[in-house]
Design a protein around this ligand. Structure first.
Ligand code: MG
Length: 373
């Protein structure tokens, strides 16, 4: 592979820092064009000194010799020096630069869920029109991407879910869960918001919607199965009954590396060889749709389409933040999302502006409901 020019939007977050660990092992394969971080200026400064990008973008200018400060994420997305941009930030901030990069014909390694959940139709349509590859970083979608050879012959997608920390707890126990208990994810080490989403299984709900857009499957062809060991990262079933699964140790380094080096593969950061015997057993079970109402909320929102998934995402995020701030209980998240979904007037084919307007409106209304709890 010739040296690939890459920028990372969200280099100081969980995915961004792990991506730099991958790149550190593959320095002869990558040249970093730009790094963009949020408020963590100290870490971004350290990264910039170490990886020497041409450009940086931070919430405040950082003075480093030979490195130029940019004034917006759009400047990264418009820069055609890039072969690929890793969109590793979380939240709606990822959507506009992703669209801009697609319009400029730059491939995307996508870790930002909101991009597809909020605007999957628009994003995928523009990517197809511009011949842009969108390679998923999310481990389940990355697994499916690796399994698919002939997509027209795939019957269904099977997305695995670890089940989170409340898999073996009762609904009552879950209702009274503290922030600390919720943040104890058994398998993956991730940011706080996504860890809460993993505990409520809303993360899996958002992933159903992501999968629908990425691979173009109807919702009744997307199945969720609980698999506590998180070794089978997802699977697909072909029309002839053959099932292909992607298997590996649960480390985000693997899907990140796959996405930024696709279609090539390198040894990179791999720490040890995989052994089925060491894993010993793999369990699978149906998800509990009653204890985790998020799954049906996501299926319903996805089937509804348009701004329904914007409403789902925005109300959930506000509720999760309120939970993390100690303002509401864990189960209030479901109640808030449910209330917002049932009162939302869906726009079927929204523009990007309408998507952002809906997002703002839903957040505002969710905050008003939170204030009353
Ligand atoms: Mg995932």
């Amino acid at each position: 592979m010739k040296k690939r020019k890459i920028s990372i939007i969200g280099s100081t977050g969980s995915i961004g820092t792990q991506a730099l660990e991958v790149i550190e092992k593959l320095t002869d394969k990558f040249e970093i064009v730009a790094l963009a971080g949020g408020k963590n200026v100290d870490l971004l400064t350290k990264q910039a000194l170490k990886f020497k990008p041409k450009y940086i973008y931070a919430s405040m200018p950082i003075k480093i010799d030979g490195i130029q400060n940019l004034s917006s994420l759009d400047e990264i997305a418009e820069n055609r020096e890039n072969d690929i941009i890793l969109v590793a930030c979380s939240g709606k901030i990822g959507l506009k630069p992703t669209l801009k990069a697609i319009d400029n014909g730059i491939d995307i390694a996508l870790a930002n869920k909101e991009t597809l959940v909020m605007a999957g139709d628009i994003v995928m349509k523009r990517a197809r029109a511009n011949g842009v590859n969108i390679i998923p970083v999310d481990s389940e979608h990355c697994a499916i991407h690796q399994c698919i050879k002939n997509i027209s012959q795939v019957e269904k997608l099977i997305i695995t879910a670890s089940g989170g920390p409340f898999l073996r707890k009762t609904t009552e126990e879950m209702k009274n869960a503290t922030v600390e208990q919720t943040l104890k994810h058994p398998r993956w080490n991730m940011g706080r918001k996504i860890t809460v989403d993993s505990a409520t299984l809303m993360n899996k709900g958002l992933e159903i919607i992501e999968a629908h857009h990425l691979f173009g499957f109807d919702y009744d062809k997307i199945e969720v199965v609980v698999h506590p060991q998180s070794v089978v990262h997802s699977a697909i079933e072909y029309v002839d009954g053959s099932v292909i699964a992607q298997v590996g140790l649960p480390s985000m380094h693997i899907p990140i590396q796959y996405a930024i080096t696709y279609p090539d593969r390198f040894e990179g950061i791999k720490s040890k060889s995989f052994s089925f015997a060491d894993i010993a057993r793999l369990d699978f079970e149906k998800p509990d749709f009653e204890k985790f109402p998020s799954l049906n909320m996501a299926y319903n929102a996805g089937r509804e389409g348009g701004t329904a998934t914007v409403c789902l995402n925005a109300s959930n995020e506000e509720a999760v933040m309120a939970f993390l701030d100690g303002k509401i209980k864990l189960y209030n998240i479901y109640e808030l999302v449910e209330k917002m979904m049932s009162s939302h007037n869906v726009i079927k084919t929204p523009t990007i502006d309408e998507i952002f307007e809906t997002d703002n409106e839903i957040r505002q209304k969710t905050k008003e409901l939170i204030a009353k709890i």
